[in-house]
Design a protein around this ligand. Sequence first.
Ligand code: KIV
Length: 313
Amino acid sequence: MSKEPLSIPRKVSVPSLLARTARGGKFSVVTASDYPSARAAEEAGVDVLLVGDSLGMVELGYANTLPVTMEEMLHHARAVARGARRPLLVGDMPFLSYQVRPEDAVANAGRFVKDGGMDAVKLEGGRDMVPAVRAILAAGIPVVGHVGLTPQSIHRLGGYRVQGRDSAGARRILDDAVALEEAGCFAVVLEAIPARLAAVVTARLGIPTIGIGAGSACDAQVLVSHDLLGLLPDEPARFVKRYDSLYERMVDAFRAYRDDVESGEFPAAGHAYEMPDAEWEAFSGGLDPGGPEPVPVQEAAPALPRLTAGCRR
Ligand code: KIV
């Protein structure tokens, strides 16, 4: 008797991404910060999920990424890890979790793997971060670098500005990316740099470049999922492509729900539960005759089609 092979999705690994890049293939990365987005991105076949510290802004409402803590990152990382098995999962090291001492960097990277279910970590910065990168790698944890616009340095950079527009800045970014590759990073994020600079960096490195606002020559692209889904009403950056406007759709759905509740349209009989007539009669016959009348049953409720997660609680 022949058996159909079980279709178990093959986990994306660092070697499989490197092999794909070596063959000239591209891959996609999105940020994920919760269980539903992780599940949806996995179902869509996205290869890498980044639990980015941008969640501080798009999930937690902070003004920038600086206040984000390891505890907050781990809380979101665990939810993402429960939602996605196939993609490579990368935890973004928050401000001051790796910059002070390489020992802290290893300990915090280790927490992402041990407690957060992540496969790799990302950190911001170039040559200055080489000791932290080497220390984390020595503990067996793969590292993604991040150069160009590094949001944890906004105060030094003077805001969210395109980097590497002058020749000295461009040279710094190239040298930083090369230093990160030499230190052992398996990929480098290039954020908000001129497309032709990103093309040079991509050609120069043997590891994949992951672009965000860095043009099309990069080996991979990353977007913040809230930006690509339109989950917030704010005007997105120029480099974002919006694939939906879920914020407007959420407002419409919440408004329709509110209207239904106020008009009595919701819940309908199909959303309610029944009890056997005999039990009802035994119950209502025993009610205090002077008490309030039992609420009449409007119509027999059909079986609910399927229990939703909300109903399982
Ligand atoms: O935190 C984040 O979302 C990021 C990406 C923009 C690369 O670092």
